[in-house]
Design a protein around this ligand. Sequence first.
Ligand code: SDX
Length: 429
Amino acid sequence: MNTTAKLELDGNTYELPVVIGSENEKAVDISKLRDQTGCITLDEGCGNTGSCRSSITFIDGDRGILRYRGIPIEELAERSTFVEVAYLLIMGKLPTETELRQFSQLLTKNEMIHEDLKYHFEGFPPNAHPMAILSSMINATSCFYPELLKSEPTEPFVIQVARLLSQVRTIAAFAYRKSRGLPIIYPKPHYRYTANFLHMMFSEPYQDFELEPAAINALELIFLLHADHEQNCSTSTVRMVASSRANLFASVASGVCALWGPLHGGANQAVIEMLEQIHREGDDGSKFIAAAKDKKSGKRLMGFGHRVYKNYDPRAKIIKRRCDEVLDRLDIEDPLLEIAKHLEEVALKDSYFIERKLYPNVDFYSGIIMRAIGIPVEMFPVIFAIGRTPGWIANFREVREGEGGRIYRPRQIYTGETLRPYVPLKERR
Ligand code: SDX
């Protein structure tokens, strides 16, 4: 069903094609608009603008739907693993038993980083934020794979994928150890992805960390739920950088930087800091909610609201359900969970939040689980980055293998000074 849109402009009528996606979403295709009309469109924050066609992840924000390659997040959370979901996102299908075994073996084979990278960690001050370390070390790691830096690498893409997906975890754990002045702990080949990460984070040279299944499963779920989320800020950044033909590691390192912001992947850290402040002040949350509604306060109810979800974020629902179970299994009482639940209950009855369709997003409860596992708060965005790496890789691949593969280069409406002469220094007032 090809339909078109009509645009009346300066007394002329233009017909613009309408693109219809596999879930019947509609977009007015404006790729020829400037040639036809001399005009561009303007959409600050890109809330109404599709940057690409993509077949990786589908979100219906009004109905709270999230699917990876067509499979509902609820089913994947229940039945899949992070490594299997990574394969699904990057390769486009669920792996067969052989494919999954080979992919896992590749991840194991590539879990070590070059030994010389240890010296790079020495250069960071002890209080360096692990997101700064992660983004710089991903780029530093690429220096040890000159093959990667060719605009068209000859080695199989799956090798690059395995290196990055496996080593982002190793780098993150090493960054944590260095920030605590602890000796780095090397991965163990017989551990699976998430268990190995916890081992590298919390074991000591003289004794291995006791790997609680409840903690491993909880972190596996956190990684899986963060694996992709269509054209969010950091994924759009990865696509932008990939479109210049920069290599995979450089593109993902740029995604880490974009994710760090407190309005994006840094929100999970901001939520816990908010809950701790509420707890410290003995507030039941009402004071903070009042401040979050008052624009002058500069505060927001962190972990609430979403550009796309105008309904409950399905990932928040899953994580909230698991919070009670994980804390119970690990025999932990966390007063911040009760505060979070109270905040949600009050906010969802408050007209300010209802009118703006502000619901808990993925970051609202995830920090409670990460705290229970013993992950320090400054590592929360790093956990998000490890989880999001498969999605970034899948989007990188889609840009590089997509038709045309034009460089992303948005236009602008100039609002600065009009033509004026250079004024010599002596004549300036
Ligand atoms: C992630 O895009 C993705 O998919 C991201 C993500 C992913 O998986 O990649 O889902 C991960 O980043 C989740 C979001 C984490 N960030 C936070 O929790 C930070 C708190 N939330 C917000 O700052 C905000 O809701 C955003 C950034 C998430 C969305 O911002 P928008 O879409 O630009 O909305 P907006 O800032 O224009 O807000 C609309 C209105 C404003 O009020 P009015 O001007 O209409 O009166 O809602 C208000 C805002 O002030 N508002 C909030 C609020 N979020 C929006 N008011 C109080 N508390 C909040 N959290």
